[in-house]
Design a binder for this molecule. Structure first.
Ligand SMILES: [Zn+2]
Length: 344
Protein backbone atom coordinates (compact mmCIF):
# COMPACT_ATOMS: atom_id res chain seq x y z
CA UNK A 1 0.00 0.00 0.00
CA UNK A 2 2.74 2.39 0.93
CA UNK A 3 4.47 1.75 -2.38
CA UNK A 4 1.23 2.32 -4.25
CA UNK A 5 0.62 5.70 -2.64
CA UNK A 6 4.16 6.81 -3.33
CA UNK A 7 3.80 5.70 -6.91
CA UNK A 8 0.62 7.76 -7.31
CA UNK A 9 2.34 10.83 -5.91
CA UNK A 10 5.35 10.40 -8.18
CA UNK A 11 3.30 9.94 -11.35
CA UNK A 12 1.10 12.84 -10.44
CA UNK A 13 4.08 15.17 -10.01
CA UNK A 14 5.35 14.28 -13.45
CA UNK A 15 1.97 14.79 -15.08
CA UNK A 16 1.08 18.10 -13.43
CA UNK A 17 4.35 19.64 -14.53
CA UNK A 18 3.35 18.94 -18.11
CA UNK A 19 -0.09 20.53 -17.85
CA UNK A 20 -0.48 23.57 -20.14
CA UNK A 21 -4.16 24.51 -19.88
CA UNK A 22 -7.01 24.66 -17.43
CA UNK A 23 -8.88 22.03 -19.45
CA UNK A 24 -5.95 19.59 -19.12
CA UNK A 25 -5.80 20.33 -15.43
CA UNK A 26 -9.40 19.37 -15.01
CA UNK A 27 -8.79 16.04 -16.77
CA UNK A 28 -5.88 15.39 -14.44
CA UNK A 29 -7.97 16.29 -11.42
CA UNK A 30 -10.51 13.72 -12.48
CA UNK A 31 -7.83 11.09 -13.11
CA UNK A 32 -6.48 11.29 -9.57
CA UNK A 33 -9.24 12.66 -7.39
CA UNK A 34 -12.37 11.78 -9.40
CA UNK A 35 -15.02 10.43 -7.07
CA UNK A 36 -15.65 7.20 -8.96
CA UNK A 37 -12.41 6.06 -10.49
CA UNK A 38 -9.73 8.53 -9.45
CA UNK A 39 -6.42 6.76 -8.73
CA UNK A 40 -6.10 8.12 -5.21
CA UNK A 41 -9.79 7.69 -4.47
CA UNK A 42 -9.59 4.02 -5.42
CA UNK A 43 -6.48 3.48 -3.32
CA UNK A 44 -8.23 5.01 -0.35
CA UNK A 45 -11.14 2.66 -0.81
CA UNK A 46 -8.73 -0.27 -0.57
CA UNK A 47 -7.61 0.83 2.90
CA UNK A 48 -10.50 -1.10 4.40
CA UNK A 49 -9.10 -4.42 3.25
CA UNK A 50 -5.75 -3.90 5.04
CA UNK A 51 -4.78 -5.55 8.31
CA UNK A 52 -6.28 -3.70 11.27
CA UNK A 53 -3.00 -2.39 12.67
CA UNK A 54 -2.01 -1.06 9.23
CA UNK A 55 -5.12 1.08 8.69
CA UNK A 56 -4.31 4.19 10.82
CA UNK A 57 -0.79 4.52 9.49
CA UNK A 58 -1.76 4.06 5.86
CA UNK A 59 -4.84 6.22 6.30
CA UNK A 60 -2.64 9.07 7.49
CA UNK A 61 -0.26 8.63 4.59
CA UNK A 62 -3.13 8.56 2.08
CA UNK A 63 -4.45 11.77 3.58
CA UNK A 64 -1.09 13.47 3.28
CA UNK A 65 -0.93 12.51 -0.39
CA UNK A 66 -4.42 13.88 -0.89
CA UNK A 67 -3.55 17.23 0.74
CA UNK A 68 -0.45 17.43 -1.41
CA UNK A 69 -2.40 16.75 -4.62
CA UNK A 70 -5.12 19.25 -3.80
CA UNK A 71 -2.54 21.94 -2.98
CA UNK A 72 -0.72 21.35 -6.26
CA UNK A 73 -3.96 21.58 -8.20
CA UNK A 74 -4.82 24.94 -6.63
CA UNK A 75 -1.34 26.32 -7.22
CA UNK A 76 -1.31 25.25 -10.86
CA UNK A 77 -4.83 26.57 -11.41
CA UNK A 78 -3.83 30.02 -10.13
CA UNK A 79 -0.72 30.03 -12.27
CA UNK A 80 -2.61 29.06 -15.43
CA UNK A 81 -5.30 31.67 -14.80
CA UNK A 82 -2.85 34.53 -14.46
CA UNK A 83 -0.94 33.31 -17.55
CA UNK A 84 -4.22 33.37 -19.44
CA UNK A 85 -4.75 37.01 -18.59
CA UNK A 86 -1.26 38.08 -19.57
CA UNK A 87 -1.22 36.15 -22.80
CA UNK A 88 -4.15 37.81 -24.55
CA UNK A 89 -7.64 37.32 -23.13
CA UNK A 90 -7.13 40.59 -21.24
CA UNK A 91 -6.96 43.72 -23.36
CA UNK A 92 -5.81 46.75 -21.35
CA UNK A 93 -6.88 49.17 -24.10
CA UNK A 94 -10.57 48.30 -23.71
CA UNK A 95 -12.69 50.83 -21.74
CA UNK A 96 -13.37 49.77 -18.15
CA UNK A 97 -16.69 48.54 -16.83
CA UNK A 98 -18.82 51.55 -16.11
CA UNK A 99 -20.09 51.66 -12.54
CA UNK A 100 -23.60 53.02 -12.07
CA UNK A 101 -23.51 56.37 -10.26
CA UNK A 102 -26.23 57.05 -7.73
CA UNK A 103 -27.87 60.34 -6.89
CA UNK A 104 -29.60 61.90 -3.92
CA UNK A 105 -33.05 60.66 -3.06
CA UNK A 106 -35.73 63.13 -4.10
CA UNK A 107 -36.57 63.92 -0.49
CA UNK A 108 -32.92 64.82 0.17
CA UNK A 109 -32.90 66.95 -2.97
CA UNK A 110 -36.01 68.78 -1.77
CA UNK A 111 -34.52 69.34 1.71
CA UNK A 112 -31.34 70.82 0.24
CA UNK A 113 -33.27 73.12 -2.04
CA UNK A 114 -35.62 74.31 0.72
CA UNK A 115 -32.70 74.95 3.13
CA UNK A 116 -30.81 76.92 0.54
CA UNK A 117 -33.81 79.14 -0.30
CA UNK A 118 -34.31 80.06 3.35
CA UNK A 119 -30.60 80.49 3.99
CA UNK A 120 -30.66 83.41 1.56
CA UNK A 121 -32.98 85.36 3.85
CA UNK A 122 -31.10 84.59 7.05
CA UNK A 123 -32.72 81.41 8.33
CA UNK A 124 -30.47 78.98 10.17
CA UNK A 125 -31.04 75.27 10.00
CA UNK A 126 -31.69 73.59 13.36
CA UNK A 127 -32.32 69.98 14.33
CA UNK A 128 -34.32 68.76 17.29
CA UNK A 129 -35.01 65.29 18.72
CA UNK A 130 -37.26 62.96 16.79
CA UNK A 131 -37.91 61.11 20.03
CA UNK A 132 -39.45 63.98 21.92
CA UNK A 133 -41.26 64.78 25.15
CA UNK A 134 -44.98 65.42 25.23
CA UNK A 135 -44.17 68.82 26.72
CA UNK A 136 -42.42 70.17 23.61
CA UNK A 137 -44.80 68.58 21.13
CA UNK A 138 -48.04 69.65 22.83
CA UNK A 139 -48.00 71.23 26.26
CA UNK A 140 -45.59 74.06 25.45
CA UNK A 141 -47.51 74.70 22.23
CA UNK A 142 -50.61 75.72 24.14
CA UNK A 143 -52.18 72.25 24.16
CA UNK A 144 -52.64 71.14 27.76
CA UNK A 145 -52.84 67.42 28.48
CA UNK A 146 -56.59 66.94 27.94
CA UNK A 147 -56.95 69.35 25.03
CA UNK A 148 -58.97 67.88 22.13
CA UNK A 149 -56.68 69.57 19.56
CA UNK A 150 -54.12 66.83 20.32
CA UNK A 151 -56.36 64.34 18.54
CA UNK A 152 -55.40 65.86 15.19
CA UNK A 153 -51.97 64.26 15.59
CA UNK A 154 -52.05 60.48 15.50
CA UNK A 155 -49.14 60.22 17.89
CA UNK A 156 -46.82 57.28 18.55
CA UNK A 157 -46.13 56.87 22.26
CA UNK A 158 -42.96 55.33 23.63
CA UNK A 159 -43.49 52.66 26.25
CA UNK A 160 -41.45 54.29 28.99
CA UNK A 161 -42.33 55.83 32.34
CA UNK A 162 -42.16 59.66 32.30
CA UNK A 163 -39.01 60.96 34.02
CA UNK A 164 -40.79 63.98 35.36
CA UNK A 165 -44.20 65.54 35.45
CA UNK A 166 -43.34 68.57 33.32
CA UNK A 167 -41.91 66.69 30.33
CA UNK A 168 -44.57 63.97 30.45
CA UNK A 169 -44.72 60.97 28.14
CA UNK A 170 -42.05 60.20 25.56
CA UNK A 171 -43.32 60.22 21.97
CA UNK A 172 -42.15 60.24 18.37
CA UNK A 173 -42.46 63.84 17.34
CA UNK A 174 -45.62 64.26 15.24
CA UNK A 175 -44.58 67.67 13.84
CA UNK A 176 -41.56 69.94 13.53
CA UNK A 177 -43.32 72.51 15.72
CA UNK A 178 -41.87 70.68 18.73
CA UNK A 179 -38.64 72.54 17.91
CA UNK A 180 -40.21 75.97 18.53
CA UNK A 181 -39.96 76.15 22.30
CA UNK A 182 -36.63 74.28 22.28
CA UNK A 183 -35.26 77.02 20.00
CA UNK A 184 -36.65 79.76 22.28
CA UNK A 185 -35.10 78.10 25.33
CA UNK A 186 -31.65 78.71 23.86
CA UNK A 187 -32.27 82.32 24.89
CA UNK A 188 -30.77 83.87 21.77
CA UNK A 189 -32.86 86.56 20.07
CA UNK A 190 -33.84 87.36 17.38
CA UNK A 191 -34.71 83.91 15.99
CA UNK A 192 -34.74 82.88 12.34
CA UNK A 193 -34.94 79.11 12.51
CA UNK A 194 -35.51 76.50 9.86
CA UNK A 195 -36.20 73.06 11.34
CA UNK A 196 -36.38 70.23 8.81
CA UNK A 197 -36.91 66.82 10.28
CA UNK A 198 -38.58 63.44 10.14
CA UNK A 199 -41.98 63.37 11.79
CA UNK A 200 -44.16 60.40 12.74
CA UNK A 201 -47.87 59.76 12.79
CA UNK A 202 -49.90 56.62 13.21
CA UNK A 203 -51.40 56.69 9.73
CA UNK A 204 -50.71 54.42 6.77
CA UNK A 205 -52.60 54.64 3.51
CA UNK A 206 -52.02 55.83 -0.05
CA UNK A 207 -51.66 59.46 1.00
CA UNK A 208 -50.01 58.92 4.40
CA UNK A 209 -46.73 57.38 5.41
CA UNK A 210 -46.11 56.83 9.17
CA UNK A 211 -42.78 58.67 8.67
CA UNK A 212 -42.55 61.80 6.60
CA UNK A 213 -40.62 65.08 6.58
CA UNK A 214 -41.68 68.55 7.57
CA UNK A 215 -40.00 71.89 7.48
CA UNK A 216 -40.81 74.64 9.86
CA UNK A 217 -39.84 78.28 9.92
CA UNK A 218 -39.85 80.30 13.11
CA UNK A 219 -39.11 84.02 13.30
CA UNK A 220 -39.13 85.97 16.56
CA UNK A 221 -38.12 89.58 16.83
CA UNK A 222 -39.53 92.97 17.84
CA UNK A 223 -42.55 94.20 15.84
CA UNK A 224 -43.07 91.08 13.74
CA UNK A 225 -46.47 91.06 12.07
CA UNK A 226 -48.52 89.30 9.38
CA UNK A 227 -46.88 91.18 6.51
CA UNK A 228 -43.54 89.60 7.43
CA UNK A 229 -45.17 86.17 7.41
CA UNK A 230 -46.82 86.80 4.06
CA UNK A 231 -43.64 88.22 2.51
CA UNK A 232 -41.56 85.27 3.66
CA UNK A 233 -43.96 82.64 2.34
CA UNK A 234 -44.36 84.54 -0.93
CA UNK A 235 -40.58 84.68 -1.35
CA UNK A 236 -40.31 80.94 -0.78
CA UNK A 237 -43.19 80.06 -3.08
CA UNK A 238 -41.80 82.10 -5.96
CA UNK A 239 -38.31 80.66 -5.56
CA UNK A 240 -39.44 77.09 -5.08
CA UNK A 241 -42.53 76.78 -7.26
CA UNK A 242 -41.92 79.55 -9.81
CA UNK A 243 -42.31 83.32 -10.27
CA UNK A 244 -45.85 83.02 -11.66
CA UNK A 245 -47.30 81.37 -8.55
CA UNK A 246 -49.45 83.41 -6.13
CA UNK A 247 -50.38 82.77 -2.51
CA UNK A 248 -53.38 83.55 -0.38
CA UNK A 249 -53.94 83.27 3.37
CA UNK A 250 -57.22 81.81 4.61
CA UNK A 251 -58.21 82.26 8.27
CA UNK A 252 -57.94 79.00 10.20
CA UNK A 253 -57.42 77.77 13.74
CA UNK A 254 -54.29 76.29 15.31
CA UNK A 255 -53.64 76.14 19.04
CA UNK A 256 -50.12 77.50 18.83
CA UNK A 257 -50.67 80.48 16.54
CA UNK A 258 -53.03 83.45 16.81
CA UNK A 259 -54.20 84.49 14.29
CA UNK A 260 -53.76 81.30 12.24
CA UNK A 261 -53.94 80.74 8.50
CA UNK A 262 -53.98 78.07 5.87
CA UNK A 263 -51.72 79.00 3.00
CA UNK A 264 -52.92 78.24 -0.53
CA UNK A 265 -50.87 78.59 -3.71
CA UNK A 266 -52.25 79.17 -7.15
CA UNK A 267 -52.46 75.97 -9.20
CA UNK A 268 -49.53 75.41 -11.54
CA UNK A 269 -51.54 73.33 -13.98
CA UNK A 270 -54.33 75.80 -14.81
CA UNK A 271 -52.58 78.95 -13.50
CA UNK A 272 -55.51 79.76 -11.24
CA UNK A 273 -58.39 79.35 -13.70
CA UNK A 274 -59.61 76.09 -12.13
CA UNK A 275 -59.02 72.51 -13.20
CA UNK A 276 -59.52 68.88 -12.13
CA UNK A 277 -56.53 68.97 -9.78
CA UNK A 278 -57.35 72.19 -7.92
CA UNK A 279 -61.07 72.71 -8.62
CA UNK A 280 -61.04 76.49 -7.99
CA UNK A 281 -57.53 77.49 -8.95
CA UNK A 282 -55.90 77.10 -5.51
CA UNK A 283 -54.02 74.27 -3.81
CA UNK A 284 -53.74 73.92 -0.05
CA UNK A 285 -50.12 74.09 0.97
CA UNK A 286 -49.50 74.77 4.63
CA UNK A 287 -50.36 76.08 8.04
CA UNK A 288 -48.99 79.34 9.39
CA UNK A 289 -49.67 82.11 11.86
CA UNK A 290 -48.35 84.50 14.48
CA UNK A 291 -46.84 82.71 17.47
CA UNK A 292 -49.38 82.47 20.32
CA UNK A 293 -48.40 84.52 23.42
CA UNK A 294 -48.63 81.35 25.56
CA UNK A 295 -46.02 79.67 23.38
CA UNK A 296 -43.69 82.67 23.73
CA UNK A 297 -44.18 82.50 27.51
CA UNK A 298 -43.34 78.78 27.50
CA UNK A 299 -40.11 79.72 25.74
CA UNK A 300 -39.42 82.41 28.39
CA UNK A 301 -39.95 85.26 25.91
CA UNK A 302 -41.99 88.31 26.91
CA UNK A 303 -44.96 88.58 24.50
CA UNK A 304 -45.23 92.29 25.29
CA UNK A 305 -41.77 92.90 23.86
CA UNK A 306 -41.47 90.29 21.16
CA UNK A 307 -43.70 88.74 18.54
CA UNK A 308 -43.15 86.15 15.88
CA UNK A 309 -44.52 83.97 13.15
CA UNK A 310 -44.25 80.31 12.30
CA UNK A 311 -45.14 78.16 9.33
CA UNK A 312 -44.68 74.52 8.52
CA UNK A 313 -45.55 71.92 5.99
CA UNK A 314 -44.62 68.61 4.41
CA UNK A 315 -41.45 68.28 2.37
CA UNK A 316 -42.82 65.40 0.28
CA UNK A 317 -46.07 67.22 -0.42
CA UNK A 318 -44.29 70.40 -1.49
CA UNK A 319 -41.99 68.48 -3.79
CA UNK A 320 -44.83 66.62 -5.45
CA UNK A 321 -46.76 69.85 -5.93
CA UNK A 322 -43.73 71.52 -7.44
CA UNK A 323 -43.05 68.90 -10.03
CA UNK A 324 -46.75 68.71 -10.93
CA UNK A 325 -46.54 65.03 -10.06
CA UNK A 326 -49.55 63.10 -9.08
CA UNK A 327 -48.16 60.06 -7.28
CA UNK A 328 -51.02 57.72 -6.44
CA UNK A 329 -49.26 56.37 -3.40
CA UNK A 330 -46.91 58.49 -1.27
CA UNK A 331 -45.36 55.30 0.16
CA UNK A 332 -43.67 54.76 -3.22
CA UNK A 333 -41.17 57.42 -2.15
CA UNK A 334 -39.77 55.10 0.53
CA UNK A 335 -39.86 51.76 -1.25
CA UNK A 336 -36.42 52.15 -2.82
CA UNK A 337 -37.79 51.01 -6.15
CA UNK A 338 -35.22 52.26 -8.65
CA UNK A 339 -37.84 52.47 -11.40
CA UNK A 340 -39.45 55.28 -9.37
CA UNK A 341 -36.38 56.86 -7.80
CA UNK A 342 -34.37 57.12 -11.01
CA UNK A 343 -36.99 59.40 -12.51
CA UNK A 344 -35.97 62.27 -10.26
ZN1 LIG B 1 -55.70 73.98 -11.44
Amino acid sequence: MKGKLEQIKKEFQKEIEAVKSLADLEILDNKYLGRKSGALTSAMKELKSLAKEEIPKMGQLANEVKIFLTGEFEKTKKKLKSQDQISGSFDPTLPGTEQPIGHLHLVSQAIREISSIFEHIGFQRARYPEVEWDYYAFEALNMPISHPARDEWETFFIDQKPINKKLGQRILTPHTSSGQVREMEKGILPIRMMNISKTYRRQIDASHSPMFHQFEGLVIDKDINITHLKGTIEYFVKRFFGENREIRLRPHHFQFTEPSFEVDISCGVCEGRGCKLCKEGWLELAGAGLVHPNVLKAGKIDPNKYSGFAFGWGVERSYLMKSGLNIDDIRLLYKNDLRVINQF
